[in-house]
Design a protein around this ligand. Structure first.
Ligand code: FES
Length: 124
């Protein structure tokens, strides 16, 4: 089973706000299907310099986001205890399902990446 990152899946507006082009080639996330519910995996996308985070929530669903906090670009991490993305720099929090800001100073949601499995999209 493979898990791909699809270019079309960037949340359009957020991608523009971040100054990224609209589309990137899909890329395989190695090891994606092996992570347990309530855990996360870091990978690079869309370039080797861009870190991203694949989250498998405690309910088993997957979502992926750019790892840079939309406040001042610190890397966010997945908190299993809270099942959300947290930024330690200024106490920002994001939904690990949608990327929406839950609290703190981040002005915009996290950039969400789309995931698909083979030809079937399982997350948008
Ligand atoms: S950089 Fe993330 S809350 Fe400030």
């Amino acid at each position: 089973m493979h898990c791909f990152l699809g270019a079309a899946g960037f949340a359009g507006k957020a991608a523009y706000d971040a100054g990224w082009p609209e589309t990137f080639a899909p890329a395989k996330i190695d090891g994606a299907m092996n992570i347990e519910p309530g855990s996360a995996l870091n990978f690079s996308y869309p370039t080797e310099e861009d870190t991203a985070i694949l989250v498998r929530g405690t309910d088993g669903t997957y979502a992926a986001f750019g790892q840079k906090c939309t406040h001042l670009s610190c890397p966010v991490y997945y908190s299993q205890a809270n099942d959300r993305l947290e930024c330690p720099c200024h106490n920002g929090g994001f939904s690990s399902k949608t990327g929406e800001v839950l609290y703190g100073p981040p002005p915009r949601p996290s950039i969400r990446l789309s995931l698909r499995q083979g030809t079937a999209k399982f997350l948008q």
